[in-house]
Design a protein around this ligand. Structure first.
Ligand code: ATP
Length: 612
């Protein structure tokens, strides 16, 4: 799969580039909040540094006690330091938390925006579930980087140096003893940390696989159930959960190992310092108070060392996420309306005519050649035909002839490899994309109806349509009688993917939705399955009525549709082989005659006679 190839990188050089891009991606999210992060980090560090005063005050306390001096001063100082430290730490962690949440929000916004504006061919590069997991799970991991990892590493380093300095000021000899042990542990840890990144990436990839498997199954739930595929799909998802678990466990093990190494190093240092320090106290080289304070500082080292390790682990998880997010950010997107408007204002390209113009549109294909990205065979060779403004044009041809592809190219879901596609005489590439699509009403074969009410489904494209408009399209699509029978009329819920409606009704809802947008060109990919007589008649009447106001191009699978069409374009193996009316073509084109008699679904006796 493209995903894994890209994610893994292609070699050391590719991996290094990806690592760099991931860092850039990560920092680009944090940059807008650098002020907050720095403020939060500084406050948290000050809070921690205030804690460092405690051993000094403790030493004073011990010294005062052994000298019989008053201890009120050191006690007040100690209490003040604790309270001030707590307050500053709280404010610091709030600022960090706030910036972390903002980083997560921004990364989600950017990803969602990128995904919704993706060019259609780009969507083939990732499974939808994987994309969703990148928006939800991967972005969450950036939170730790923004709130903790960067600050922890900075603060941890600072604290580490500060504590070592204090220790050095107390007794340089004992610092050398401590450092010896710490350096040894550091080398051990350094060998282990690179595995964090690798395992984190595996976990996140597996989480993406869980999402994509579930998304795939839920998208074809009836088929999965009907074919008894639940065990197979379950096994796939369970495999992915096992992989996530396996690497999660390895990470937990590494965490434990690294943490144990660090704690052990501190404890070994403690014993060494106790031994050597005790000898130095005995010889009078240092005082007992100094040794106690030194040992306290030694234990204080646990915190920055822990912070640094935590930061390394969070950073590696964040980087793995940033890499996965970066892959999506690299995908090509379509121009947004604002960009198109700016282009037009700058005098570049065709402005797309008057958006208020609702007259029927004309379409021309001029020697169009096209192959789907990443595939070899040409789907369209030299497709040339004209659709004049108004009326019904039917596209007919054997399965796989390239009929639906005509619609995909008109909508600019894909770009042709050769030739030109014109709408109203202008190349579709020159049209502002949003205006091109606003001029076209596109009804797919398996017309999607979404969960919600009928009204919500109709209003998807035109949220502010008024009641009269809704009634008009319901009448036009002959859905008014259905609505009358529904318990809550147009406000009745239609179930998940509209499964309380029949196939024919679903398609008419989709046509109604398209008509509500008042397009100038209606592209209708007829359902291949047999419709009942009521639905068939309703759809035929709808199309005939629509064709009086706009241009209708229909991929026809039914004889009733082609008989009704003003012209029929016969496509075969990516070429236009004939154009004419039904009665002309049954006489002149053998393929059409054969299609009409065998493949187009005959709906009534009268039409069957017409074929003869
Ligand atoms: P049908 O009547 O069965 O719907 P059609 O004439 O509408 O067929 P198209 O859907 O246009 O045919 O497909 C034409 C060819 O392009 C087919 O061979 C199909 O396999 C291929 N094809 C369609 N969509 C894609 C895609 N997204 N990627 C690669 N190939 C595709």
């Amino acid at each position: 799969m493209t995903t894994s190839k890209t994610a893994a990188g292609t070699g050391t050089e590719g991996g290094a580039v990806l690592k760099l891009s991931a860092w850039r991606e990560l920092l680009s999210y944090i940059r807008p909040y650098r002020g907050l992060v720095v403020a939060g980090g500084v406050l948290s560090t000050i809070g921690s540094l205030i804690g460092l005063v405690q051993p000094v005050v403790t030493k004073q306390l011990i010294d005062s006690l052994s000298d019989g001096r008053a201890v009120t001063g050191p006690i007040i100082l100690l209490t003040g330091a604790v309270l001030l430290g707590a307050l500053i730490t709280t404010v610091g962690s709030y600022l960090l938390g706030r910036s972390a949440e903002s980083v997560v929000r921004d990364s989600r916004r950017r990803l969602v925006s990128r995904i919704l504006w993706l060019r259609l061919p780009q969507t083939a590069k990732f499974a939808p579930g994987d994309l969703m997991s990148r928006v939800t799970a991967d972005t969450t991991l950036l939170r730790e980087v923004a709130s903790q990892a960067l600050v922890d590493s900075g603060r941890g380093l600072l604290m580490f140096i500060a504590i070592l300095t204090m220790m050095f000021l107390m007794d340089p000899v004992l610092v050398l003893v401590t450092l010896g042990v710490l350096v040894f542990a550091g080398i051990l840890i350094g060998l282990v940390v690179p595995f964090f990144s690798r395992y984190n990436e595996r976990v996140q990839k597996a989480v993406g696989e869980i999402s994509s498997t579930l998304e795939r199954s839920l998208g074809a739930f009836r088929m999965i159930k009907a074919a008894g595929l639940e065990p197979r799909e379950e096994a796939r998802a369970v495999d992915a959960t096992t992989t996530a678990w396996k690497y999660g466990v390895r990470l937990a093990w590494l965490h434990g190992l690294v943490g144990a190494c660090a704690t052990l190093a501190i404890h070994v240092s403690f014993l060494a310092v106790l031994g050597i320090g005790g000898a130095r106290v005995a010889t009078g080289e240092i005082e007992i108070g100094t040794l106690v304070a030194f040992l306290l500082y030694l234990f204080y080292l646990l915190e920055p060392v822990g912070s640094l390790l935590e930061a390394a682990s969070n950073l590696s998880a964040g980087l793995a996420s940033a890499r996965r997010i970066h892959e999506v950010q690299q995908l090509e997107v379509e121009p947004k309306p604002e960009a198109e408007l700016a282009r037009i204002a700058g005098g570049n390209g065709f402005a797309g005519g008057d958006p208020a113009d609702k007259t029927p549109a004309s379409v021309s294909f001029r020697e169009v050649a096209f192959r789907y990205p990443g595939t070899e065979p040409l789907v369209h060779h030299e497709v040339t035909f004209d659709v004049p403004a108004g009326g019904i044009t039917a596209l007919v041809g054997p399965s796989g002839a390239g009929k639906s592809t005509v619609f995909a190219l008109l909508e600019r879901f894909y770009e042709p490899d050769g030739g030109r596609i014109l709408l109203d005489g202008h190349d579709v590439r020159d049209w502002p994309l949003y205006l091109l699509r606003a001029s076209i009403g596109y009804v797919e074969q398996d017309a999607p109806v979404l969960a919600g009410t009928l009204r919500e489904n109709l209003l998807i494209g035109v949220p502010h349509a008024d009641e009269a408009d809704i009634e008009r399209v319901l009448r036009q699509t002959r859905l008014d009688s259905l609505v009358d029978k529904l318990p809550d009329g147009v406000d009745t819920a239609v179930g998940h993917r509209g499964n309380t409606l029949s196939g024919g009704e679903r398609q008419r809802v989709a046509v109604a939705r398209a008509l509500l947008r008042r397009p100038r060109l209606l592209l209708l990919d007829e359902v291949t399955s047999q419709l009942d007589a009521v639905n068939e008649l309703a759809l035929r009447e709808t199309v005939a009525e629509a064709a009086r106001e706009l241009t209708v191009v229909v991929v026809a699978h039914r004889l009733s549709t082609v008989v009704q069409a003003d012209r029929i374009v016969v496509l075969d193996a990516g070429k236009v082989r004939a154009v004419g009316t039904h009665h002309e073509l049954v006489k002149t084109d053998p393929l059409y005659n054969e299609l009409a008699t065998t493949q187009l679904l005959v709906s009534d006796d009268a039409e069957q006679t017409a074929v003869g």
